[in-house]
Design a protein around this ligand. Structure first.
Ligand SMILES: Cc1ncc(COP(=O)(O)O)c(C=O)c1O
Length: 488
């Protein structure tokens, strides 16, 4: 039965005289006659038309609304590539500590030495985890990290007097890769989908030349496979004087196991909100720090945090040839702090275990589902895998989107669908390390059930949500956000 409890607007629930406000008697003297009255032309003709609703109704309205949301705290959320892992509440509390939450970026350095120390240590940790020594905490998300690193690379090439305009990426790349390259002023070159989901080295060799600035690659790639030839790929780029950018969105698979800097990457971004448990989703806050090789350090955005051991002093400094600011002040500190606490809590051993468990959980889920939904690229995966509803669609007409919608009726957030583009009817599943065996079994059983259900039931899902299938493009491009528009 469709859930409509929370969809009535407060305006629709309003009854004259049912307001909840009780104002106390004024306890200050009335204004004296020496204060001129407010001119009539400046006064409203009537009080504002605010909804008048009793307190219990308001509380129920908002509590019911909140239960319509899917969140990691309430539902299993296997959204591939997005790493929706549990956000420990302890780190939420720590990030809200007065010393962090109430600091102001315009405070003098002397008053925020503690915060700068934490950010300095975070720079060091991210350098160590990546194997790339210079870090900027500035970018506000992975996509902005990509853009920042490409601008940094462009500044480096300019400084050397080299005119390199082309950025290459495989067909399985995330859409933000070419978007960032285009925004940074590069020409985008897409390689074809190589055999088995890997980069085709022969094609890469043909495309890489003196015009190549950067090759952007996600590793593990967006099919959940570790690019086995990543060292050879890096050699091809370096031999031609180009750089390798590692999209670090999938770092959750390799923490403490291997490092982009060790397998040939020159630059990378982290998604702190994914890998290091910053709460995210629905366009929420993020942080996309970048790590780069030493020769790029002078071009990083400003400021970075430096430490003078002779007087144990932390400062905000501008690298010599900095590309300038890409974000206000020193980054999205609230999310960076959560990442810092996560790394400190787990330590090196704990981070490695987190990745091992993420990979184990994904492989377990793959093993449970591969007989129901085809998994075109391999029997094994890293932290995520891409199943396909292609055969099911041919047999029954049920698509990946239909399964995704039907999962909502069972109380599961849908996996990522139709990405990467190289898999037809793609369903990208990333359970993360924080899910139990029972949760994975229950989810696999639900997918099996859905694949057995009458196709019409699945194709018309969801049946339990207030809205079933909005036109997603119109909903995103022309959202109706205010009451008057809603009425008309
Ligand atoms: C592979 C990959 N690269 C880049 C990004 C962009 O990261 P963000 O959403 O933090 O901008 C994502 C996001 O999902 C991703 O999956």
């Amino acid at each position: 039965m469709r859930n409509t409890t929370a969809t009535r607007l407060l305006f629709e629930m309003s009854h004259p005289g049912r307001g909840t406000q009780i104002f106390p008697e004024s306890d200050v003297p009335a204004a004296g006659s020496h204060i001129p009255p407010i001119p009539a032309t400046m006064k409203a003709d009537a009080p504002p038309a605010l909804p008048e609703v009793a307190e219990p109704d308001i509380v129920r309205h908002f509590v019911n609304l909140s239960t319509l949301n899917m969140s990691v705290d309430s539902h299993f959320y296997p959204l591939g590539s997005c790493t929706m892992k549990y956000n420990p509440k302890r780190h939420e509390r720590l990030a809200r500590l007065h010393q962090a939450a109430n600091s102001h970026p315009y405070q003098p350095e002397s008053q925020i030495q503690g915060l700068l120390k934490v950010l300095f240590e975070l720079q060091g940790m991210l350098a160590e985890i990546s194997g790339l020594p210079a870090v900027s905490l500035h970018p506000a998300a992975g996509a902005q990290g990509e853009l920042t690193a490409l601008l940094t690379a462009a500044a480096w090439y300019r400084h050397k007097g080299e005119d390199r305009r082309r950025v290459l990426f495989p067909a399985s790349a995330h859409g933000t890769n070419p978007a960032s390259a285009a925004l940074a002023g590069f020409e985008c070159v897409q390689l074809s989908a190589g055999t088995g989901g890997f980069v085709d080295l022969d094609e890469l060799k043909k495309e890489v030349d003196a015009r190549t600035a950067v090759f952007m690659i996600t590793n593990p790639n967006t099919l959940g496979l570790f690019e086995k030839d990543i060292r050879k790929i890096s050699e091809i780029l370096h031999d031609a004087g180009g750089l390798v950018y590692i999209d670090g969105a999938n770092m959750n698979a390799i923490l403490g196991k291997t490092r982009p800097g060790d397998f040939g990457g020159d630059m990378m971004h982290y998604n702190v909100h994914k890998t290091f448990t910053g709460p995210h989703g629905a366009g929420g806050p993020g942080a996309g720090p970048i790590a780069v090789r030493d020769f790029l350090a002078d071009f990083l955005p400003s400021p970075i945090v430096t430490h003078d051991p002779s007087r144990d002093w932390y400062s905000l400094t501008t690298p010599k040839h900095s590309i300038g600011q890409v974000r206000t002040f020193f980054g999205n500190v609230g999310i960076l702090l959560r990442g810092y606490f996560y790394i400190r809590t787990l330590g090196g051993k704990g981070l490695r275990e987190a990745s091992e468990n993420a990979v184990m959980n994904a492989n377990y889920l793959l093993s449970q589902l591969k007989d129901v939904l085809e998994v075109p690229h391999g029997d094994r995966c890293m932290h995520e895998f891409v199943a396909s509803a292609k055969n099911l669609k041919t047999r029954t007409g049920v698509t990946a989107m239909d399964i995704a919608k039907r999962l909502l009726d069972y109380g599961y957030h849908a996996p990522t669908v139709y990405f990467p583009l190289v898999v037809e009817e793609a369903m990208m599943m990333e359970p993360t390390e924080t899910e139990s065996l029972e949760t994975l079994d229950a989810f696999a059983q639900v997918i099996r059930n859905i694949c057995q259900e009458p196709p019409e039931l699945v194709r018309s899902a969801p049946h339990s949500t207030p809205v079933s299938r909005p036109d997603e493009v119109t909903a995103a491009r022309k959202p109706v956000l205010c009451w008057s528009d809603c009425k008309s």
